[in-house]
Write a protein that binds this ligand. Structure first.
Ligand code: GDG
Length: 463
């Protein structure tokens, strides 16, 4: 019997053995690697002051972790500079926040080249290569340059914006050429997929064919949507586990009979935190009967603090939370608990379950897994209500949530009010619809459908 093809995953960060328990997505990728055997290739997380070459191999059962370090200059140019100061904002429609620096792009290119050469050395003829996310737009190009001809897929975890926005990137042509080197390019939503196809047609004369296929730059490739899912059972177990319920119970006692409104987001300008706080402020202004009856907990672990836009955001959110509290609090009630730190996964799951309302209102989001985790953690007999931004990728699937425009502060306030007042039968009905979506489109289905589509696409491009 022929051995199963090895799976090779490339992503900027990996879930290497011995690190803090990774979330559902990393576990799902690890499961696939454990099934087939393979390599997880990426950055080690180490930044070295001096030159760094080569790769560290860590072997864990059937999985090899192949990790490369970055120099300080690479970390600043590739990671902070290009990936986080140019690509992240533009792909989230924030051209206003983007910093375009030719040197940063050239370091990004160099890191993709160096990593591509390192990865090419590890590949065997019948491997299957799956590249993740915007850090590695140019990796496949380097693999091809190093004579790698095997099946190669790419998945973008963040939005692919409207063509007019994507084309603002000074290097968009190089990136388009890089993407065209894959057999399959996967996106979170149908909208992202359409944006990509329209961009390829309008800017590069791509011929758009049936079933997501396109012909461009002398190659044929397929673009399709594969919405990322979660492992609902893992979250449900965590939410009902004792270790989760202990902190949630403590919080429950502090809240007494106040309704909990919960937000959980990395501190990132894509998540719409200032708008959300303003909406909560408007809720308190507009519905006086809520005074003392509702408590909003916002958990926001810091990220990318070295990027100015993130430091500015933190200041703005600090200021807004402080102001709303000072306007509305009294001796026995603080409306907002704003926590700039992370919590263990179990604790989060317990809090999701305790919450009456889950507030997920990003201005743009590839998918948003918090929305799905919130649904999975609910008590089926007494579920909370999800208030979800129409600009999260998840809205394409979770249309039984209360969908809102996160920029419309009064409308978000009204949706929170409606969620707080919603009768049990409507809550249950909406929750059942949401739960059946997240169960059906779970993370295993995401992974398997991508890998099947990649195998099929590669077979087709080679006939
Ligand atoms: C990108 C895309 C896309 C959050 N706070 C804590 C914590 N988390 C966990 C959540 C969730 C994950 O982090 C966040 O995932 P999201 O999907 O919400 O957002 P991004 O980090 O921006 O992820 C996004 C995703 O990639 C996958 O494709 O959905 O659109 O932007 O799992 O639970 N986990 C712990 N403590 C925290 O305080 N342990």
């Amino acid at each position: 019997m022929r051995a199963m093809t090895r799976l090779i995953i490339a992503s900027n960060r990996t879930a290497r053995p011995g690190e803090a328990r990774p979330g559902g997505l990393a576990v799902a990728l690890l499961d696939a690697l454990n099934d087939r055997g393979g390599i997880w290739f990426g950055w080690s997380g180490e930044v070295l002051e001096r030159e760094t070459r080569g790769i560290n191999l860590l072997v864990d059962g059937k999985v090899d972790f192949a990790l490369a370090n970055l120099t300080r200059r690479e970390y600043e140019g590739y990671y902070l500079g290009y990936a986080n100061r140019a690509l992240w904002p533009v792909l989230h429609y924030r051209v206003d926040l983007a910093e375009f620096d030719d040197e940063a792009f050239s370091i990004y290119e160099d890191v993709n080249r160096r990593f591509g050469r390192l990865l090419a050395q590890l590949l065997r003829a019948d491997d299957l290569v799956w590249i993740h996310d915007y850090h590695f737009f140019l990796l496949a190009r380097e693999l091809r340059y190093n004579n790698w001809r095997g099946p190669t897929g790419f998945f973008l975890h963040i939005p692919f914006p409207a063509p007019e926005v994507f084309a603002a990137l000074p290097a968009h042509v190089q990136i388009a050429r890089g993407l065209a080197e894959h057999d399959l390019v996967g996106f979170q939503t149908r909208r992202d997929t359409e944006n990509f196809r329209r961009y390829m047609a309008e800017h590069h004369g791509a011929e758009l064919q049936q079933d997501g296929w396109l012909r461009v730059f002398g190659r044929r490739l397929r673009a399709a949507a594969f919405p990322v899912g979660i492992d609902p059972d893992e979250i449900r177990r965590a939410a009902t586990d004792a270790s989760a319920s202990a902190p949630a119970e403590r919080l429950g006692r502090i809240l007494e009979d106040r309704a909990l409104v919960l937000g959980v987001d990395r501190m990132d300008y894509s998540k719409g935190l200032p708008q959300r706080l303003a909406a909560f402020g408007a809720l308190l202004d507009n519905y006086d009967q809520l005074r003392g009856r509702v408590s909003y907990v916002q958990i926001s672990p810091l990220s990318r603090e070295e990027v100015n836009a993130y430091a500015d955001l933190r200041e703005e959110v600090d200021r807004l939370a402080g102001r709303i509290n000072s306007e509305h609090a009294d001796l026995t009630w603080t409306p907002i608990r704003y926590l700039v730190r992370g919590y263990p996964r179990e604790t989060l799951a317990g809090l999701y379950r305790l919450a009456r309302v889950g507030l997920v209102t990003p201005l743009r989001d590839g998918m948003n897994l918090v929305a799905k985790e919130f649904v999975a953690a609910q008590d089926p007999e007494d579920p909370g209500v999800l208030v979800l931004s129409e600009f999260a990728g998840a809205a394409e699937q979770l249309d039984a949530a209360l969908l809102v425009n996160p920029h419309d502060v009064n409308a978000v306030a009204a949706a929170i009010w409606r969620a707080l007042e919603m009768p049990a039968d409507e809550r249950i009905e909406r929750w059942q619809a949401l739960d059946s979506v997240i169960r059906d489109a779970d993370v295993a289905r995401w992974r398997n459908s991508f890998l099947d589509a990649l195998t099929a696409a590669a077979a087709e491009t080679r006939t």
